[in-house]
Every structure is written in C-alpha cells, then in structure tokens.
Design a protein around this ligand. Structure first.
Ligand code: ZN
Length: 113
C-alpha cells in the first residue's frame, strides 16, 4: 500500500479528504470538516425520510376520510343518523342531511333511525 493509504488507515490523514489530522491513532478517521459534512448529509437524509413518513401518514388519513364519507353516503340513503370515527379515533355524528352534529367520545354506535 502507498504511504498516503497507510496514513489514512492509521488516522494521520482524513480517510475522506486526506487533510492532515494529527498523530497516528491506528484506525481510519475523518477530519472535523468531513465529520460535519457527514452529519449534515445524515440530517438531510433523516429530514427526507421524516417528510416521506409524514406524507404517507397524511395520505392514510385522506383514505380514511374517504372511507368515512362513503360510509356516510351509504347510511344516508337509508335515512339514518350516523356516527363515524375520524382518523384520530374521535367519534363524529352526522344527521340525516349529512350535517356534522358533534364529536362524541365513546364507543361507535349503530346508526339511529
Ligand atoms: Zn476530511
């Protein structure tokens, strides 16, 4: 192996950019600048993952809301008052015109005639 490679493996030079760090430590290491850049890249990557998860969660909520709305439409055809759960698990009550009546805390109940 070349001298530069040896010095990188021994931690004398930054394993990434090759800048001089200091005395031999017997393991490869990165200079402060490269550590900072790596942390920033990692944070950015985490941020992207968090955003993806958030978007997926929002899409899930929209799907849940759509299924609630479809449920409401089906029940309204039978002239019922409907209770349904919103995505946070809160119960919602609608009258026979599909107007929102209230948030209900408790068990979901069968539609009332
Ligand atoms: Zn470096």
């Amino acid at each position: 192996m070349g001298a530069l490679t040896d010095m990188k493996l021994e931690g004398v030079l930054c394993e990434f950019c090759g800048v001089y760090i200091g005395d031999e430590v017997s393991y490869p290491r990165k200079c402060k600048e490269c550590q900072r850049a790596e942390k920033e890249a990692f944070s950015a990557e985490l941020g992207e993952i968090a955003k993806d998860v958030e978007i997926a969660a929002l899409r899930g909520k929209i799907t849940q809301l759509e299924s609630i709305i479809n449920e409401i439409r089906a029940w309204l055809k039978s002239g019922a008052i409907l209770t349904a759960k919103d995505p946070s698990g809160k119960l919602l009550e609608f009258d026979d015109n599909g107007e929102f009546i209230s948030n209900i805390i408790g068990e979901i109940s069968l539609p009332r005639k």
